[in-house]
Write a protein that binds this ligand. Structure first.
Ligand code: GRF
Length: 181
């Protein structure tokens, strides 16, 4: 059985969708008060939380993450709203085993505001991307992406909701293809 860990910083709706379909070994949050931790408890998924500011530096923080991943013999790390750049310490041991979901059609609109940036640019379509994680911001090799239209009567809320629905479909599809085929 392949082992999945999910990293999330906040809400955790993508984590929930993943955990409802696949066994998740643990979820990690870099915020001790993140809502994703409540979701984990309700779903009976093991969770860990610690914050960068509790460590001397990012390398030490990531050493703690690597220890957790190794202790649990994790095969695939799924970033799902994990709002930190993965640093060299984590990449050194796990590059090639970390994937991320981004709410735009990369290389269009990388960065933390992918949905708002697409909306403000007035696009007629955006999308969702799952990619391998490298040292850049949303620059790793694309695994799979889908287009999501912006409709004439969309508000940013309805546009955002359609993008999230596409995320909830695409992330499980990719995990299935990577781990279970
Ligand atoms: C998602 O839109 C994801 O693409 C982005 O952050 C958001 C996380 O949402 N990286 P949630 O925490 O899974 O609800």
């Amino acid at each position: 059985m392949k082992k999945i860990a999910v990293f999330a910083s906040g809400n955790g709706s993508n984590f929930q969708v993943i955990a409802e379909e696949f066994p998740v070994e643990f979820v990690f949050s870099d915020h001790r008060d993140a809502y994703v931790l409540e979701r984990a408890e309700k779903l009976g998924v093991l969770s860990y939380a610690f914050e960068l500011k509790e460590f001397e530096n990012k390398a030490d923080y990531e050493v703690a993450l690597v220890e957790l991943l190794e202790e649990h013999q994790i095969d695939l790390v799924c970033l799902a709203g994990y709002m930190k750049i993965v640093g060299p310490t984590l990449l050194a041991t796990y590059e090639g085993r970390i994937i991320n979901i981004h709410p735009a059609y990369l290389p269009e609109f990388p960065g933390a505001q992918g949905i708002e940036d697409a909306w403000n640019a007035g696009v007629t379509e955006s999308g969702v991307t799952i990619h391998w994680v490298d040292s850049g911001v949303d620059t790793g090799k694309v695994i799979k992406q889908v287009r999501v239209p912006r409709l004439a009567d969309d508000t940013i809320e309805s546009f955002e909701a359609r993008i999230h629905e596409a995320e909830y479909k695409l992330y499980p599809e990719v995990i299935r293809e990577l781990l279970y085929k």
